[in-house]
Design a protein around this ligand. Structure first.
Ligand SMILES: *Cc1c(COP(=O)(O)O)cnc(C)c1O
Length: 376
């Protein structure tokens, strides 16, 4: 049947819209929904997923493990067994506490519910991961940002003066940064940590591809926590992030976390995956090698600037052509990347491409070559 909704349905929707407009908090109504493109039938290079599956034997062993799970029971509320697995496999320093999140996205929200919110400021450089600002708005707090320099480096002096001016309750630093792909200078980060009285969150979502970390140095600072996720190494569908830091901060943050936030299937599956960590580490190494191949190929194309990356994605800038057109041409050729172009913005002309399997990357490179010719 066509012809749109019935008159009753339309009246109902209009009435609900009027009432929602009266009651939904204004800061929520102002939010732009987090946009996720429809990937159906596309080579999906927009979300930093690991393109590789699991070996068949490992898959079977995993399914056997899941067969023994009692889904009629609530999961372990704190995920204690999983935390022990993480503690050993990730090298969590002695004495540091762990809190689990339903993805690190949830941890970003829990941290802000704990320390930010109304009357308080969250600070981050710009451009960076969009969720810090979205969550600040959703939790009723203010958000301030400090521009990175033209090479996307952290500007320690500007960060320091913004910290003095705004006295942020929390500062988010993605290390490496998304969507720029670079690691900030550790001395600049230390200057930020020193200047901040509030909590500094080092978001190490891309640690598997960067091999630099603040985790071993957590005990040197009393206002730093490190956040990690298993999404980018290959478990995006399971949703598990974890936060590591001093007990006085984490035990407060843990009060805000909803009980049972990590499903039993995730707890069991991630613990299983951690016992097969070398499989994922080999995949990460293959992705890193592919990143270097794609970087070299893109760098050789006229009309592109490619930024160095310590992650599983590359940020590139289209020069002398319309980036929207290049993006649409890639789409038309079946390749989905992420478009950050906004005229006059810090990411003007920029697209972000995740590193996929070798054949996907080759298809992307061909499509990019054709797009640049077509858009000339
Ligand atoms: C992808 C990403 C996250 C979110 O990870 P999830 O654990 O999947 O929620 C957090 N921070 C940064 C910088 C990211 O790029």
């Amino acid at each position: 049947m066509s012809g749109g909704p019935s008159p009753e349905r339309s009246r109902h929707t209009r009435a609900a819209a009027e009432r929602a407009a009266r009651w939904v908090r204004p800061e929520i109504r102002r939010l732009e929904p987090y946009h996720v493109a429809d990937p159906a039938g596309m080579i999906k290079l927009d979300a930093m997923e690991n393109p590789y599956g699991w070996p068949q034997s490992m898959r079977r062993e995993w399914l056997d493990t899941l067969a023994g799970v009692d889904v009629n029971r609530y999961p372990d509320p704190g995920g204690e067994a999983l935390k022990e697995e993480l503690r050993t496999s990730m090298g969590v320093p002695e004495g540091m506490k762990i809190v689990l999140g339903n993805g690190s996205d949830e941890l970003i929200q829990i941290i802000q519910l704990t320390v930010a919110g109304p009357g308080r400021v969250t600070l981050a450089p710009a451009p960076t991961f969009a969720m810090y600002e979205m969550t600040a708005a959703a939790t009723g707090g203010a958000f301030e940002s400090v521009p990175l320099d033209r090479s996307f480096r952290l500007d320690a002096a500007s960060m320091r003066s913004a910290i003095e001016r705004t006295q942020p309750a929390c500062v988010f630093l993605a290390f490496p940064n998304n969507p720029t792909g670079n690691l900030f200078d550790t001395q600049a980060i230390e200057a930020v940590i020193e200047a901040a009285d509030g909590l500094v969150v080092i978001d190490e979502a891309y640690h598997a591809f960067a091999r630099e970390s603040f985790l071993p140095r957590l005990t040197h600072f009393d206002n730093v926590v490190v956040m990690r996720t298993l999404s980018k190494i290959g478990l995006a569908g399971l949703r598990l992030g974890f936060l590591v830091g001093p007990e006085p901060w984490l035990s407060e943050i843990d009060k805000v976390r909803l009980p049972y936030n990590i499903s039993v299937l995730t707890q069991v599956s991630v613990a299983f995956a951690l016992r097969h960590l070398p499989v994922f580490e080999e995949q990460a190494a293959a992705i890193t090698a592919e990143r270097e191949r794609v970087f070299a190929a893109l760098s050789a194309m006229a009309g592109l600037e490619v930024f160095p990356s310590q992650t599983n994605f590359l940020l590139l800038r289209v020069i002398g052509r319309d980036a929207d057109e290049v993006f649409r041409s890639l789409l038309a050729q079946g390749v989905l990347v992420r478009n950050f172009h906004r005229p006059g913005g810090a990411l003007e002309g920029c697209l972000r491409v995740s590193i996929g399997a070798p054949a996907e990357n080759t298809a992307f490179l061909q499509a990019m070559g054709a797009a640049l010719e077509g858009a000339a």
